[in-house]
Design a protein. Structure first.
Length: 53
């Protein structure tokens, strides 16, 4: 699993992506950002669920 500091950084990054998606708001670029955001959240969830090796 990720160290807490890395998880916190990922959470901040997700917040930035969410703001970017909102700021762009419309059209193809907004769709792109929402797709990126969904992928990042999926990856973060997968890393979190994997737990310690």
């Amino acid at each position: 699993s990720l160290p807490p500091s890395e998880l916190a950084t990922s959470a901040v990054h997700i917040g930035d992506l969410e703001r970017a998606a909102r700021d762009r708001g419309r059209g193809e670029e907004a769709d792109y950002w929402h797709c990126v955001l969904a992928l990042v959240k999926e990856q973060l969830a997968a890393k979190t669920e994997a737990g310690p090796k």
